[in-house]
Ligand binder design. Structure first.
Ligand code: UDP
Ligand code: MG
Length: 319
């Protein structure tokens, strides 16, 4: 069986200024290189004209499939809905704003097609024009992920080509709280890397605010690793050692009859202990809330409708 159909999954949230241009640029590159392809746009509950532009695009371009969410579920959900809908022998994930250069897709495709490779991973050469704070933050973030999971995630991006077998493995993963970048490494398979420069956003604005990035980071870490829980244990051990030393010291003083007058030690200890306990409880609580969310078994997304060739179809369910 020839393996050649390529699905390009493009999560789109308020991208009215980008959709048509992106579809055009990507289509041209695919056609020029004679790659059979489909474009799977996932409209993540956009509040602008994105969906209208997409439906009219499906009427004129048979290669376009448009998936419509019932509301904004976030990029992760959009990626996983795209993976469900894609029919290709390989699937590429890319952003709608052309920050992932579409020429690289051809490179990824050829590596996949002519080699025994299941995943072709796009790695950022440099992090584009991101602020210093953001760079430092993401460096720290990936260090934590790297050391806690044993996966090398520095420079990782969502720009990836996945073989059908990998897509099926990801579709089989039951968890509700996903972290695509890490999960697509976690499944393993034979991986090749290509490097790309992050381009400037074509039109519109980035959808990330500082608070949404922090939320994303915390949720990614806790959904992927339990390292923070081990930090709690480590803190416990350290404070226990300190307590032993301080306790011995106090006891010796007491025996020698020069027991301290001040309550300062007591107060400091109290403060220290209660802050550590509260901090630990917070982390445990966070994981509890994650377990709670997983256990509810809510779908990761709800698809209102899917349009192919201008006609509506039933959407894939997230089971
Ligand atoms: N996106 C999405 N849902 C969201 C936020 C973003 O599907 O809730 C899409 C967005 O349309 C784009 C991609 O995710 O195709 C990356 O978003 P953005 O460019 O805002 O992120 P950045 O490049 O700044 O990291
Ligand atoms: Mg972007």
């Amino acid at each position: 069986m020839a393996k050649d159909l390529l699905s390009i999954v493009i999560p789109s949230y308020n991208e009215q200024g980008n959709i048509e241009h992106t579809a055009e640029v990507v289509s041209k590159i695919m056609k020029d290189n004679r790659i059979p392809y489909e474009l799977v746009f996932v409209n993540d509950g956009s509040k602008d004209e994105t969906w209208d532009i997409l439906t009219s695009l499906t009427r004129t371009d048979p290669n376009v499939v448009a998936v419509n969410f019932s509301r904004n579920f976030g990029k992760e959900a959009a990626i996983f809905a795209g993976l469900r809908t894609a029919r290709g022998d390989a699937v590429v994930l890319m952003d709608c704003d052309l920050q992932h250069p579409p020429e690289v897709i051809v490179e990824m495709y050829n590596i996949w097609k002519y080699n025994d490779v299941d995943v072709v991973e796009g790695r950022k050469k440099d992090r584009g024009r991101e602020s210093k704070v953001y760079k430092a933050f993401s460096l720290w973030f990936y260090k934590l992920i790297n050391s806690s999971s044993g996966l090398d995630m520095s420079g990782a991006s969502d720009f990836k080509l996945l073989d059908r077998s990998v897509v099926d493995s990801l579709n089989d993963m039951p968890e509700r709280l996903t972290f695509f970048r890490a999960m697509s490494s976690w499944v393993g398979y034979k991986t090749e890397k290509v490097y790309f420069e992050v381009a400037e956003r074509a039109a519109g604005e980035s959808k990330w605010s500082v608070s949404s990035l922090i939320k994303y980071a915390v949720s990614s870490i806790t959904s992927f690793t339990s390292a923070p829980l081990h930090i709690v244990t480590f803190c416990g051990v350290v404070t226990f050692l300190i307590t032993l030393i301080l306790g011995a010291h106090t006891l010796v003083n007491k025996i020698l009859g020069n027991s301290a007058q001040g309550f300062s030690t007591v107060i400091i200890l109290q403060l220290l202990m209660s802050s550590i306990i509260m901090f630990s409880l917070g982390i445990i609580g966070y994981y509890l809330s994650k377990i709670y969310e997983e256990i509810k078994k809510r779908p990761r997304f709800i698809i209102r409708n899917v349009v192919r060739n201008g006609r509506e179809q039933n959407g894939e369910k997230d089971d």
